[in-house]
Design a binder for this molecule. Sequence first.
Ligand SMILES: *[C@@H]1O[C@H](CO)[C@@H](O)[C@H](O)[C@H]1NC(C)=O
Ligand SMILES: *[C@@H]1O[C@H](CO)[C@@H](O)[C@H](O)[C@H]1NC(C)=O
Length: 453
Amino acid sequence: MINKISFVAILSLLLIFPTSLILGAEASTTGRDTLELPIGIGGGGGSSKDCGSGRLLENPDKSECPQAKIPLLGPVIQAPLLAPVVQAPIVQEILDFVDQRLALVYPVIQMFKSTITLDPLGITKSWVGADICKYKGFYCDNPPDNGSAIALASIDFNGFGLSAPSLDGFLDRLPDIALFHANSNNFAGTISPAIAKLKYLYELDLSNNKFSGPFPMVVLGMTDLIFLDMRFNSFSGAVPAQIFTQDLYALFLNDNSFDQTLPDNLGNAHVLYLTLANNKFTGPIPGSITRALSTLTEVLFLNNQFSGCLPYEIGLLDETVVLDAGKNLLTGPLPLSLFCLEKVEQLNFAGNLFYGMVPEPICWLGLYRNLVNLSLSDNYFQHAGPWCRALIEKGILNVQNNCIPDLPFQRPVAECAHFFALPRPCPRMWSYSYVPCNHADLDSLVPGTAPTP
Ligand SMILES: *[C@@H]1O[C@H](CO)[C@@H](O)[C@H](O)[C@H]1NC(C)=O
Ligand SMILES: *[C@@H]1O[C@H](CO)[C@@H](O)[C@H](O)[C@H]1NC(C)=O
């Protein structure tokens, strides 16, 4: 069998990029042996630690996390490239590809290149000739179905700033692609159902682009997919309940316009990173979701329109390091079950409608466990006990703009009176003093606060 095949390309495109061949011949060969790509697999021991401090909400080009090293193929044999005669209106070029799979994706890439309207870093200048594996942003590897073949296995366009109206006809026509990372570009359009054909795709990062339209239902059937990052786009509508139970490692949905209530019938979810922040989710945070997501280390409900009372099941998120439900319409007392979040470092409930006493056992976490930031400002809390006051002293607890009579920087009395004029009962009132764990003897800490249901 021949292992090099010839490909005759009619490159009218070269008229648009007359200098690109010359520059492309000198394309640099950075990062050929190992490349750090953001990836959904935990990788080395330190990765979840790096992710455990609320960094998931940052602009994703600055917080590529979690990460693992992906070994990539060493340099492939330089394919001979015949110097084209650029004078002719239509240039014929004979390209030798090291593998037929590369010949197949070559026209797909060139077609996509012709749709790119902005390329501030001059990336696409390197997208010329037969050696696709040396194009900037393109990486080759042996495909899973044939260890001796060479295929386009991953794409990393992170931070390239490319503009294109759509990925249709590109992403869906790269049959061997396993990783597609495109954060911080200006790609637009919707995600085509045709990506269902990509049987090896396991990481899809579309973050910080201009994608719109509904949640791409096609991903529900993609069983190899473990990492889905849709942050910082304009996706809208509902998020299908099934996605929470799909075998995903990371699901980033923050900073879009998703707007439905969360499903209350989740089974087991495996996702370790879930971000819902800065959308338009409404309705309560269901108890079932916290049960289902008990493996999560970061739980971000921040800045939506979640309403109702917190379920005590929130205390079952016992792997959680960051729990952020700030800037919603949540009300009721804080459930004592939060005491069970022994690993929690950041707790944010600021900017809601919470009231009652700041539970002393939660403040205890700041004195004797890992809690370093308890944000309760802009609520309607009325009391803070001695441990909580100690936390205020330490700068860990912020209760500004509440209704605690003897503390500074509180709401005006009339504003508090107005708020409390309306009754705001919660269902299952017993559950607010229920503590579903026994990592410390709560009864001896705060006598009488831990009855069982
Ligand atoms: C594997 O790939 C090599 C290189 O492309 C090719 O020659 C060979 O026929 C392929 N084997 C199978 C079983 O497809
Ligand atoms: C604590 O968290 C809040 C809410 O996320 C944040 O605004 C604030 O800056 C943090 N405080 C410190 C001292 O890190």
